[in-house]
Design a protein around this ligand. Structure first.
Ligand code: ADP
Ligand code: MG
Length: 253
């Protein structure tokens, strides 16, 4: 069958232009396997559903602005024996997002915190959630800058809209009063309405000291800790393993 311009235009009018990608293959299959009309139509519609799913996942992953496309499939659990893979896989199921719970991920540098946070974000995107990944420092910088041009409300809204907000590397440095206020706002506004994943090199018990005002610190940390899953990572930096291996083999003179 030759495709007429009218047929192509009909598909495009119905925003079904993607059907053209698999039409040839499906027509051949229909002929070879003598598919019924309904079977053929069903296959084409299924292709379209798959295409739309893939397209919306791609969009969610782009909007999440991950630094790297990390997943649990490429996480080596044997490198972190203290971490329970079942607990991490449970989190990847996304139930904590549906329940508006938080995740605190902490441990020494290089032990996979950013990897795991992005992987949980990736899996959340796969099941249809909206995600935003940000370095905590960048998040606080953006809010600070937004105060100067009166766009603070909309900057805050951008942090409140996604189902899951990931703040990476919280508490590298003590917070200024404005940063502490902004962090409190993000936590208080998202609390019970959305989820937050925070990664940090320090344990939450040491976060209090990062705030200039203990009352605000307690209000923010109490909300975060209240419904948080704690993933404590111990061990050696994985970065050592990623270093290019020197070729120590000697060659005969
Ligand atoms: P952290 O955020 O704890 O400092 P990263 O998540 O940035 O550490 O990990 C550093 C590098 O090592 C990244 O490329 C990450 O993908 C990799 N990595 C860390 N831990 C693991 C692991 N258990 N399995 C696979 N890759 C890992
Ligand atoms: Mg990190």
């Amino acid at each position: 069958m030759t495709l007429t311009p009218a047929f192509v235009s009909q598909l495009k009018t119905l925003k079904l232009g993607g059907v053209l990608d698999s039409l040839d293959v499906r027509l051949t299959q229909a002929r070879d396997s003598q598919l019924g009309y309904l079977e053929f139509l069903q296959l084409l519609l299924q292709d379209e559903i798959e295409r739309r799913r893939a397209q919306s996942l791609k969009l969610r992953l782009q909007r999440a602005s991950f630094e790297q496309p990390k997943t649990l499939e490429d996480f080596d659990f044997s490198a972190v024996p203290g971490l329970n893979p079942a607990a991490v896989r449970d989190l990847a199921s996304g139930l904590f997002i549906a329940r508006h719970e938080h995740v605190l991920l902490y441990g020494p540098p290089g032990t996979g915190k950013t990897h795991l946070a992005q992987a949980l974000g990736h899996h959340a995107c796969r099941i249809g959630h909206s995600v935003l990944f940000l370095k905590a420092a960048q998040c606080l910088r953006t809010l600070h800058a937004a105060r100067a041009d009166n766009s603070w409300e909309s900057a805050l809204r951008r942090l409140l809209t996604p189902d899951l907000l990931i703040l990476d590397d919280f508490g590298l440095k003590p917070l200024t009063l404005t940063q502490a206020e902004d962090f409190y706002e993000v936590v208080a506004e998202r609390h019970l309405r959305g989820s937050i994943i925070v990664t940090a090199n320090r344990a939450p018990a040491d976060w209090l000291a990062l705030f200039p005002d203990p009352v605000m610190a307690n209000s923010a940390l109490d909300r975060l800790a209240h419904t948080a899953h704690h993933l404590v990572i111990k061990g050696e930096s994985y970065r050592k393993r990623l270093r290019p291996q020197l070729n120590t083999a000697t060659t005969a003179p």
